[in-house]
Design a protein around this ligand. Sequence first.
Ligand SMILES: Cc1ncc(COP(=O)(O)O)c(C=O)c1O
Length: 402
Amino acid sequence: MSKKNIYEPLDMPRRVILGPGPSSANPRVLRAMSLPIVGYLDPAFFDLLEKVSGMLNEIFLTNQMSFAVAGSGSAGMEAGLVSLAEPGDKVIICSYGYFCERQIIMAKRLGLNVIPIRTEWGKSFDPQVLLDTLKSHTDTKLVLGIHAETSTGTINPIKEMAKISHDFGSLFMTDVVTSLAGSELQFDEWEIDYAYSGSQKCLAAPPGISPVAMSTKALEYIRNRKTLPSSWYLDLSLIWDYWSENHIAHHTAPVSMIYGLREAAALTLNEGLFERWERHKVNASALRAGLKALNLDLPISKSDRLDQLTVINLPKDIDDVKLRSKILEQYSIEVGRGLGDFAGKVIRIGLMGESCYPPNVLYILQALENIIPQFGIEISEGNAVNAASDEYSKNGIKKFYE
Ligand SMILES: Cc1ncc(COP(=O)(O)O)c(C=O)c1O
C-alpha cells in the first residue's frame, strides 16, 4: 500500500485586518456558521429566510424587498446589471473610481449600451453632471452610481442621483458594498430601485454573500421585460421567488453563509443603525487626529470622505510595497494599497464593522509611529496615539472596548 499523507488541521495567521475589506468577522457570526446544515427547502430554513429578509429590510431601511445573492459583492453588481436592463438598452454609469469602472466592464460584456460619465477620482460626484447628461440621453433605462467608492474613499450623493434619474424615467441602481451598516443609507426615503452590498465590510461577516434591496418597481420591470435576463443564476426575480413566501426552488442556497448573515444582521440591529454609523464616525475621527500628528496628508476633502475608509498620501520617501510589508511583518496588520489612478501613491486604512474599534486605531497608529522612522523620516513618538486618545475623550469615549 502506498504511504498516505496526513494533513494537519488548517491554521491561518492572526491578522488585524484594517484594509478595504474583508474586515474581521464577529465571533458570534462565526459560531452561527458552524450550526448544523439543514436543507435549503427545509421549512425551518424558509422561516429563517423570511426572518433574515425582514432584518435586512430594517438595515436597508425599506418596506419593499431585501434578500441576498449567493456570491460576493460583485455577484450583487452583476445580478443588478443583468436583471435591470436588456442588451442594447442605454445605461448611464457615473464613474469616479475603480469599482465604477468594474460596473462599466460588466455592463459592456452584457451588451448594454453604456454611456460612462467619468469624473475626477477622489472627489464626490456632482449630480449636476448626471442631470446634464440625461438631458441629452432621455431614453436612458438605468443609471448607476456608487455610494461609497472604496478605491478613492469618497461618499457620493446617491439620494440626489436617484431623484434625477427618476425625473427622466430611469431606474437607479447603487453599490452599497462599503456603506451598508457603516454610513447613513435610506433605501425607501432616497427612492433607490436596487442596492447591493457585501457581507464582509461593515456587517462584520465573512465574504461570500451579497445582501441586496430591490424596489417593487424594479421587480415589475424584470417581470415585464421583453427578453429574459441572460443569467438564470443571477436573475433577481428568481432569487426573490425563492426568498419570498412561495419559496420557489432555485439554486442550493449557501446555508451556512445565510446563518452568518442572520447573526451579522442581528448584531447590527442590536447595536442600532444610528449608533453603528456613529461608531464608524468616532473611530475615523480618532484615526485622523493621529494621522495628523504624524504629518500624514489625506487627499480626500473632509466633506467628501468616508468614515469607514481613510486614504493617506504616501510621503515621497516611502515606498508603498515596503511600507505595507513592514506593517504586516512587524505588526500583523493588513492595510490596503492604492488602486487604479491611486496605485503606488496612497495606502488605505479601513475601519469597518468588527475592525472598527479603538484598540485597532491605537495599534495602527503605534505601528506607523514606529515604522515611519525606518524610512529616515523623523516624527515625535507618542504624539499620534495621544492625539487619537484625546479625540476619543472629546467624543466622550472613556472605555476603549465593550
Ligand atoms: C465599492 C465596492 N464595490 C464592489 C466591490 C466588489 O465586491 P466583492 O469583492 O465582494 O466582489 C467592492 C470590493 O471591495 C467595493 O469596495
